[in-house]
Structures are given as structure tokens and as C-alpha cells.
Design a protein around this ligand. Structure first.
Ligand code: FAD
Length: 552
């Protein structure tokens, strides 16, 4: 089993020293979240992840979740650990105090997400979708539904799922067939089959709250006819207690390459009672509230798995840069949700939207590279089960696939986010980055000059993509993955520049720590960042090499 020491020092460095974000610092609700408080939380988080959760990774891999007489049983030890996990309040970390949450910012919960992903991704998935469901219900449901369901989800007594995929559709949700029929009391009866549902059934919680996409019988075909429903495993009575079983059964659970402790279920809905969330036929956009935040969390899964596998400078320079970029993105997410000024919220929201596919795809792709390299370092023993490294590789392999495959993320980036507002968002991002990275410190200058060259590459690449999107969509499609990677590598370099500014400014406070940061950044700039340009060169070769290929 790999050993794991949570990177609390690096996380605290980010929290204390990289808070120089004007809009984030204006958020009233986080004024009392002091570094001392965050340090206490992270130290406790480190203990539970290192001592209680980490050993479950191997247990779950060797004793996968099973379906027995219609009941899904989690691996040995999961129940006891989950009980302690919710008693200590970890499910409620970033939730609203109104529903029993601790009200911590995403900057803090993202650190916890990373630690939990390092310790055991399978165990994490049982509560991860609960937070996604919490966010979706909180944004789109009526007060009655919120008051009835959120406190138990926040407490961890009930968990959540996200039910999109069906036998005929994963990416193309316009094809979905699950039907919802309106009843005289305003509720709906749902009938259909959902597949690949993470934590779709298990024995950890008293109830499971499914968020299900379905089509009301008079709604049109395609994505425009999809609505969102809350469908509990057990009907919740008026007094808030769990009542009779709803019409949902588990058909089977998947046998998988990795994350074997996580139950991935086929769920059959047979006239199951459901409650519509949000407006009729606006289900897909409501579900995207859940999915967008989830995509960032999946990126963090890649980061967490990379962290526990790491041992080379290449990995270290990517991981620490990713963590710093993630911290910046968490700040932007908070500003997009809670800043009093509408313009500040909108600008931050544009950045979150631009960067979500990048973090989801690049971090998870790099985690494949990092876990593969980690296996290689161990030679033959890396391939055997002894070191637990091959499990990290297998567990991570799902992250580029679920929550929208990485190629679909790249298409989302170039066709929606990049061309949106005629390229204003990327241009604003580039201008802001250039303005921020202009320190006069002599020592940082070589880094900035190098960085500016790559910013120019990104600018040329962005202009090329925006222009091509008007004339040749095939070129844009063929370049999408490369563009995502160039934007990602340059964004990580931006995060490194922020780290370097602090490292040179506060150098005398902690020389060893900052020497390490400066050397790691140098490695990133010399050995990793050049990949940004290679992707650009590959992309501008266009699509004729694919489209004109002659198959004999
Ligand atoms: C372990 C696991 C857990 C999961 N958990 C959940 C869950 O909790 N809830 C849920 O609803 N689903 C879940 N899924 C389903 C997952 O989200 C889908 O498998 C994924 O979205 C891909 O859909 P698909 O399998 O139908 O593949 P397809 O959509 O058929 O994709 C196959 C390939 O084609 C590519 N492709 C598809 N469309 C395009 C396009 N337009 N342009 C370019 N390339 C394209 C994809 O990138 C991919 O490489 C889970 C899956 C697994 C394996």
C-alpha cells in the first residue's frame, strides 16, 4: 500500500500567501475563516485520511462492492469509517450553515477533496455525489424540498446520485428515454433504466436521493425536452422520516478495472415517485449546476491520485502548479457565487466556465501519465500488486471518462467557451494575466519573460481557433484537445508565477521552503511548459491530414 502524508504545509502556503485576490477578499462570509482555523481543519483532515481512509483503498480493491439478494454491500470497513466520517462532519464542510453545514469556502473544501482522492477514490465517491446533489437542490429546488432533504444530506445520513446515463446514451443525452408521467397531486411517476450510476445503491446511508433526468410524456424529443426530478430510494414522510420503499431496484452492479469499492449501478425505475426540480424542460441546465462543480472535483481527483503516486521532479512540478491553479479557481468560484457586485460575479463566472474543462481534462490526463510513470519507477514491482501503484493507475483510469469524456470537454471549451462572446473571455483572461505578471523583482524577470513568450503562443493559438471556427469547423475539432492542453499548461505556469512572486518576496521567512518552490518552478518552465508550444504546432497542421486520409 502506498504511504501518504497529506501536503498540509503546501496547502497552508496557498491559503495564507496566495489570497491576494481583491474580489475574493471582499467576500464578507469568509472573513472569519482565518489561517489558524484552516490549519486546524487540515490537520484533522490529514489524520482521518491518512489513518482511517487510506487503508480502505486496498480493502475496497480486494473486496469490491457486491449485489447480494437485491442489496448492495460496500467493502468491509466502509460502514464503520463512513459513520466516523459523518460524525466528524466532513460531509458538511462547504455546505450552508442554514442546513447544518460548516460554511467553509471552496478553497478549503478543495483541499479536503484532494486529500480524500489521494486516500481512497472509491470511498470518496459515496459522499462526493451527495455534495453535487446538495448544490443542485440548493440552486433549483423549492424551499419545501430544500428544508426536507438538505439537512439530512448535509449531515451525511442520506446520500445523493446523479442519474443521466442510459443504455442508449452517455454523451448524447438528447436520446434519453426515461419517462415521467404527471400525477393529479403534482408528483410524477418515473419509468426507465439508468446505467453506470455511481453510489446508485449501497448500505452506508438511510436513504439515497437520486437526481434523475427524464422526459415528461408531452415534452419534445432531444435535449430541449428533458426535465430534472428528485426521486428518493425511500419516500420521505411529512414528518421528515423515511417511509416506504420507492419503485427503484438495482438491476446489477458493474465489475470494473478500478475504483472497485465504489458501487456503479444499473437502476430500474418502475413508476417511481419523483418531484420536479426547477422548471419543466430545463432539466439539463439544472443538472449542469451539479456537473460543472463535479467536473472541477473530478480534476481534483486526478490531482489527489497524482499526489499519492508522485516521486519525480516532473510530477512535483505539475502537481504543485495544479494545486495552485486549483486554489485560484476555487477563489473565482466563490466570487462567481457570492460577490455583491454583479459584474464581478459575471467575470469570475466566465473564468470558472473557461477553466472547468481544462482542470477536468488536463489534470486527469496528466494523472494517467503520472501514475504510469510512478509504476515505471518501481520496475516489475510496480506492475505487481505489492506496491499498490498499479491500483492508482487503474483507479484513475475512469477520471478522463466520467463527468463528460475529456474529448467532449475539449469540444465544450472550443465550441462554447472560446467562441462565446467572440473570444472576449479568453482575451480578458490573457490581458489580466499579463497585467498581473509584471513584477519588477529582478529574480522573477527571467520567468516572466519566458512566460510572456508562451502567453503569445496562447494568444496566437486562440486567435487561430476563433478565426477557424468561422470558416472550418473540422480544423477546430481536430485542434480541440491540443488547444485545451496549451491553455492548461500556460495556466499552470500563471499559477507558478504567483507562487514565485511570494517565494522571492518572502524568501527570508522560510529559505528552504522557497528554494524548493523556485527550483520546482524552474523545472516546470524548462521541461514541462514547452509542451504548450508543441500542441500549438500540432494543431495548426489543420485537419486535412485526418479528413483526406485515404482508407484502402
Ligand atoms: C465507473 C463509472 C461511473 C459513472 N458514474 C456515472 C454517474 O454517476 N451518473 C451518470 O449518469 N453516468 C455515470 N457514468 C457514465 C459516464 O458519464 C459515461 O460513460 C460517459 O459520459 C461516456 O458516455 P458513454 O459511455 O455513452 O460513451 P460515448 O458517449 O459513446 O463515448 C464514446 C467515445 O466517443 C467520444 N465521443 C462521444 N461523443 C462525441 C462527440 N460529440 N464529439 C467527439 N467525441 C465524442 C467520447 O469522447 C468517447 O471517447 C459512469 C461511468 C462509469 C464507467
Amino acid at each position: 500500500m502506498p504511504t501518504y502524508t497529506a501536503p498540509v504545509e503546501d496547502m497552508m502556503f496557498l491559503f495564507e500567501k496566495l489570497r491576494n485576490n481583491k474580489e475574493y477578499n471582499e467576500l464578507e462570509k469568509y472573513k472569519e475563516v482565518t489561517p489558524d482555523l484552516v490549519k486546524d481543519i487540515l490537520q484533522e483532515a490529514a489524520k482521518i485520511n491518512q489513518n482511517l481512509i487510506l487503508p480502505l483503498a486496498k480493502v475496497g480493491d480486494e473486496n469490491p462492492a457486491i449485489l447480494e439478494n437485491g442489496v448492495v454491500r460496500t467493502p468491509p470497513g466502509y460502514k464503520e469509517a463512513y459513520k466516523k466520517y459523518i460524525e466528524d462532519g466532513w460531509t458538511s464542510l462547504s455546505c450552508d450553515p442554514k442546513y447544518g453545514g460548516q460554511g467553509m469556502p471552496k478553497t478549503v473544501s478543495a483541499f479536503f477533496d484532494e486529500m480524500l482522492s489521494s486516500a481512497s477514490l472509491s470511498f470518496k465517491l459515496y459522499s462526493e455525489l451527495s455534495i453535487g446533489a446538495y448544490n443542485c437542490i440548493n440552486h433549483h429546488a423549492s424551499d419545501e424540498i430544500k428544508n426536507k432533504y438538505l439537512p439530512k444530506i448535509v449531515e451525511g445520513k442520506w446520500s445523493g446520485t446523479m442519474c443521466l446515463t442510459e443504455p442508449v446514451c452517455g454523451t448524447d443525452l438528447g436520446l434519453l428515454k426515461t419517462k415521467a408521467k404527471k400525477q393529479s397531486d403534482g408528483t410524477f411517476k418515473l419509468t426507465g433504466q439508468k446505467i453506470f450510476i455511481t453510489s446508485g445503491d449501497h448500505d452506508l446511508t438511510e436513504n439515497i436521493i437520486h437526481l434523475v433526468l427524464a422526459r415528461v410524456d408531452d415534452s419534445p424529443a432531444g435535449t430541449k425536452g428533458i426535465s430534472l426530478f428528485l426521486v428518493p430510494k425511500f419516500i420521505v414522510k411529512e414528518d421528515g422520516n423515511v417511509g416506504p420503499r420507492n419503485g427503484i431496484s438495482t438491476g446489477s452492479i458493474e465489475t470494473k478495472m478500478g475504483i472497485k469499492g465504489s458501487a456503479t449501478c444499473v437502476l430500474n425505475f418502475d413508476e417511481a415517485t419523483g418531484y420536479m426540480i426547477g422548471d419543466k424542460e430545463k432539466g439539463l441546465s439544472a443538472m449542469f449546476t451539479m456537473m460543472n462543480l463535479e467536473r472541477i472535483v473530478v480534476g481534483i481527483q486526478g490531482l489527489g491520485i497524482s499526489e499519492i503516486a508522485r516521486s519525480l521532479l516532473n510530477m512535483k512540478s505539475i502537481i504543485e502548479g495544479e494545486r495552485a491553479l486549483c486554489f485560484w479557481l476555487s477563489q473565482q468560484t466563490e466570487v462567481s457565487l457570492y460577490h455583491p457586485d454583479e459584474k464581478a460575479r459575471r467575470e469570475a463566472s466566465d473564468y470558472v466556465s473557461l477553466m472547468t474543462p481544462v482542470v477536468k481534462s488536463l489534470f486527469t490526463d496528466l494523472a494517467m501519465e503520472i501514475t504510469s510513470d510512478a509504476m515505471q519507477i518501481y520496475g516489475g514491482y510496480g506492475y505487481t500488486k505489492d506496491q499498490g501503484i498499479e491500483q492508482l493507475y487503474r483507479d484513475n483510469r475512469i477520471t478522463p471518462i466520467y463527468e463528460g469524456t475529456n474529448s467532449v470537454q475539449a469540444a465544450d471549451l472550443v465550441f462554447r467557451k472560446l467562441s462565446n462572446k467572440n473570444g472576449d473571455v479568453i482575451n480578458k483572461f490573457l490581458d489580466q494575466v499579463k497585467n498581473e505578471c509584471n513584477s519588477n523583482n529582478e529574480k522573477i524577470r527571467p520567468f516572466i519573460s519566458d512566460f510572456n513568450n508562451y502567453l503569445d503562443v496562447l494568444k496566437k493559438f486562440s486567435d487561430w481557433m476563433i478565426e477557424k471556427s468561422k470558416t472550418d469547423k473540422d480544423d477546430v475539432s481536430a485542434a480541440a484537445n491540443d488547444y485545451l492542453k496549451t491553455l492548461g499548461f500556460v495556466s499552470i505556469a500563471y499559477a507558478w508565477i504567483k507562487v514565485l512572486e511570494v517565494s522571492f518576496k518572502d524568501y527570508n521567512e522560510n529559505k528552504n521552503f522557497y528554494d524548493d518552490k523556485i527550483d520546482t518552478a524552474r523545472f516546470y518552465f524548462d521541461k514541462v511548459l514547452p509542451r504548450a508550444e508543441q500542441h500549438y504546432k500540432s494543431a495548426i497542421s489543420g485537419s486535412s491530414n485526418i479528413m483526406n486520409f485515404k482508407f484502402n
